[in-house]
Design a protein around this ligand. Structure first.
Ligand code: FAD
Length: 426
């Protein structure tokens, strides 16, 4: 039976008056899906509950965290089979027991929505996107039909290849994923470097970072001040010298620090130049992720644009950040995913926040985000649909920018596997 209470991590989702929560994909819910009796549509799907689209006002949510919690490591293949309610910190902690790892993002709180929407990790330049580690997907199409799909090979039939490509990056529009089998990597320690920077120093850092080896990546956050982090996976005895060599090239301020961590969940401990929700009045927010190619010398122009945007930022909790791609995320046209922007080097994201319930501030922040998008799309023409916004007026624009020429084919698949619009609109 569905329940009325919700426990979403995303503050905005948590405060919504929803119809209720389904805690299992049981025969009853399956029947409602098959007979097109979900009312109202879409049915919202929640794995980690960290995004605003795991719930919607007046809608039902299927919260997979209650019944889909198993993790099974398969030592013979070094693969791991996870259910859809497992969060990334739990996954990495479990894998650590087997001296293995998985390229999670900069926070372990996210669920498998992180993997399904692409999954950009500080280790992606070495191992690829999270979506590239998937070996098998299980779930139900939005028609209610069950499926188990293994990663296709070049001789696989065309339908299977297309289904796989669609699920890896666009699953939230087509299917409810219940299980993923993932490749794992050997666990290695990580060196982290952090420093505050001035805008000009950030431009220089971006320029230099584009030439870093794939074991290293940078991410930065521009809030009250600018903070940059370099993460490097240590490979052998001599890697500390490689770390020194890399960070010695980069601009720094007096507060720079280095640390050694065991796995990516420990990145949580680093201090960011943005106020945390608990210290202030409760904040709601939206996040828009963009994607674009190497900036080269345009990094200085970008920084000028961001400086102007930051002067107009609505409050202290709104900010602009970026993660780095490149290396193993750059794959040829024949890659099997809906993450099409494979020439990307940067994923900047704009976070617009407001005091919970303050409509005026909400409008101001969303307007600032849209202005920011217009300004930044000159450098970053793609969208990373890590956060999906069916409730905002820019949803069609974000979908177009995420999938570009692949969108018509995805929409055809949508009419086949979700003809009644049970899941998010595409
Ligand atoms: C603190 C923080 C740090 C982050 N860092 C990174 C990062 O480093 N790299 C990166 O790439 N992204 C990052 N993200 C973005 C995050 O990966 C995405 O927002 C992701 O969609 C969250 O997944 P979730 O399962 O936690 O969220 P949810 O809110 O539960 O789900 C997100 C969306 O995915 C869909 N979905 C979820 N589960 C399923 C399923 N089983 N089947 C079908 N559809 C499903 C839902 O419909 C929903 O729209 C970060 C987000 C946060 C909050």
């Amino acid at each position: 039976m569905p329940e009325r209470t919700n426990m979403f991590i995303n503050a905005q989702a948590q405060d919504l008056e929803i119809a209720g929560v389904y805690k299992d994909l049981d025969a009853n819910l399956l029947n409602l899906i098959k007979t097109n009796k979900i009312d109202p549509k879409p049915l919202m799907i929640c794995s980690g509950s960290t995004s605003s689209s795991c719930a919607a006002k007046g809608h039902w949510t299927l919260d997979l965290r209650h019944r889909f919690k198993k993790i099974k490591f398969i030592p013979s293949q070094n693969d791991v089979l996870i259910e859809a309610g497992v969060n990334m910190a739990t996954l990495v902690d479990q894998l650590e027991k087997h001296k293995r790892s998985f390229p999670i993002g900069i926070s372990g709180t996210t669920g498998i929505g992180y993997i399904l929407t692409g999954g950009i990790s500080p280790l992606s330049r070495k191992y690829g996107l999270a979506i590239d580690q998937v070996k098998e997907v299980r779930g139900i199409w939005a028609t209610g039909e069950k499926f188990i799909l293994e990663r296709p090979v070049s001789s696989s039939d065309e339908d299977r290849i297309i289904q796989w490509k669609a699920l890896c990056g666009a699953a939230p529009f087509l299917a409810i994923i219940t299980h993923l089998k993932l490749k794992t990597n050997p666990l290695k320690s990580l060196r982290v470097w952090e420093t505050s920077l001035e805008p000009d120093q950030l431009a220089e850092t971006i320029l230099i970072s584009e030439g870093l080896p794939p074991e290293a990546s940078i991410y930065w956050m521009w809030g009250k001040t600018i903070k940059a982090f370099v993460v490097l996976e240590l490979q052998g005895n001599h890697r500390d010298s490689q770390f020194e060599e890399i960070v010695n090239q980069l601009p720094r301020s007096k507060d720079f620090k280095t640390s050694l961590i065991n796995n990516l969940t420990q990145l949580n401990q680093f201090k960011l130049p943005i106020p945390s929700n608990s210290a202030n009045q409760k904040q709601h927010s939206e996040v828009l992720g963009l994607l674009g190619p190497p900036l080269k010398e345009h990094s200085f122009q970008l920084i000028k644009s961001i400086e102007k945007l930051m002067q107009k930022k609505p409050n202290e909790s709104s900010y602009i950040s970026s993660q780095q791609l490149g290396g193993a995320t750059v794959v040829g046209k024949n890659h099997l995913s809906s993450f099409i922007h494979r020439d990307s080097m940067w994923k900047p994201w704009i976070t617009g926040s407001w005091e919970a319930g303050n409509e005026e501030q909400r409008k101001e922040s969303l307007d600032w985000m849209e202005q920011g998008w217009l300004e930044l799309e000159k450098f970053f023409p793609g969208v990373h649909l890590a956060q999906i916004h069916p409730h905002l007026n820019w949803h069609q624009k974000e979908v177009n920018a995420a999938f570009k020429s692949w969108l018509p084919e995805l929409q055809q698949l949508k009419s086949k596997y979700d003809p009644e619009g049970i899941l998010l609109p595409l």
